[in-house]
Design a protein around this ligand. Structure first.
Ligand SMILES: [Zn+2]
Length: 107
């Protein structure tokens, strides 16, 4: 998918899942496909990976980062649940993947 399409898709999904007020930035990174910066309410996606990954993987990366953002607002989260890939994060991520028919994987 093109970076423009990925950006459009990510924005739609962010709005749909309560991150409409967050910022989205495309960056060039070979080491990270995406990143969620809670403090800045910012999701970053790597344009380098968007260009080489298939559509499903790009979708998966966006959902992965949105699940991190969604976790920020979980008032029931225990402090140790807030570590990046906690059980609670997996729960949020799997739920998002289920909605869109994406196989949940975490690379
Ligand atoms: Zn992660």
């Amino acid at each position: 998918m093109t970076t423009a399409t990925a950006k459009w898709l990510a924005r739609r999904l962010m709005v749909a899942h309560g991150l409409g007020g967050w910022k989205l930035k495309l960056v060039y990174s070979k080491s990270r496909k995406g990143e969620c910066v809670d403090d800045e309410q910012l999701l970053r996606l790597s344009s380098a990976w968007i260009k080489v990954d298939d559509d499903e993987e790009v979708f998966r990366t966006i959902l992965h980062e949105i699940a991190h953002g969604v976790r920020t607002y979980d008032k029931d989260a225990a402090v140790d649940d807030l570590e990046p890939h906690s059980k609670q994060w997996w729960k949020a991520y799997r739920k998002l993947c289920y909605i869109y028919g994406i196989k949940p994987e975490c690379g």
